[in-house]
Design a protein around this ligand. Structure first.
Ligand SMILES: Nc1ncnc2c1ncn2[C@@H]1O[C@H](COP(=O)(O)OP(=O)(O)O)[C@@H](O)[C@H]1O
Ligand SMILES: [Mg+2]
Length: 226
């Protein structure tokens, strides 16, 4: 079982958005996922209600996730996605301690990039593999990144933070899909939003294989925190 934790002290960075889109993409009867909403704001729970199918199932966590994770393991769940609140509370610590890998979404602004440092520190002190994912970025033009994304990458490089080489663009489709309780692929399987979520998932899977020791870490986006 693999546990993917979405964490960042910054609200609005895209934790709930990425958790919902990735879970919708990954969940299958043969590859059962579990969502854990550890944020009292309940964004993921709201999306799940709009979805109305209970697929993937969702649980809420208040102070700790360990008990839910132990039960998920017994139930044969393959992927657990944990959405966390934008703070450094006990439940965030517990989620990171239980993580196979932590995804830290960050918008490409100076305040946003600066705010990832505490979450990175938390991953490092828990010795957890992690990667920053640039979210809500301006669209590329002719496959060239917006200058603001390039600047964000430079700033993140100064923290020696591993950063996914792709980006999740600011797209109305991602919002529209959430409003329907859907993931990007369910909303428009041929759309650009679905392609980006797909690419992000491929990168996460590559990292997980490397973390599990079943593939080389070369080209994987994460860094084993040390
Ligand atoms: N890539 C994106 N494109 C368009 N809207 C986005 C994107 N990422 C996030 N949003 C929207 O921005 C808002 C904040 O995102 P959210 O996932 O709730 O952040 P967090 O969970 O980190 O607080 C939400 O309304 C969300 O749907
Ligand atoms: Mg949220």
């Amino acid at each position: 079982m693999n546990v993917i934790v979405f964490a960042s002290r910054k609200g609005g960075s895209g934790k709930s958005t990425l958790a919902a889109h990735l879970a919708a993409q990954v969940h299958k009867a043969t590859k059962p996922c579990l969502l854990i909403d550890a944020d009292p704001q309940g964004s993921l729970t709201l999306w799940h209600k709009l979805r109305g199918t209970n697929e993937p199932p969702i649980k809420t966590a208040v102070n700790s996730v360990s008990g839910i994770i132990a039960q998920a393991k017994r139930d044969g769940i393959e992927w657990v996605f944990i959405d966390t609140p934008p703070n450094l509370s006990a439940v965030v610590d517990d989620a990171i301690k239980n993580a196979t890998m932590v995804i830290i979404p960050a918008r490409p602004g100076v305040f946003d990039v600066n705010a990832v440092q505490e979450t990175i520190q938390n991953c490092r002190s828990s010795r957890k593999p992690y990667a920053v994912v640039i979210n809500g970025a301006p669209a590329q033009r002719d496959s060239v990144e917006s200058p603001i994304v390039a600047i964000a990458r430079e700033a993140l490089a100064k923290f020696r933070a591993p950063v996914w080489s792709g980006q999740i663009t600011n797209r109305a489709d991602l919002l529209m899909a959430l409003g329907h309780g859907e993931g990007a692929r369910e909303y428009d399987s041929e759309g650009r939003a679905a392609a980006e979520i797909n690419r992000l998932w491929a990168a996460i899977e590559r990292s997980i294989k490397a973390i599990r020791g079943s593939a080389s870490a070369s080209g994987a986006m994460h860094k084993q925190a040390a």
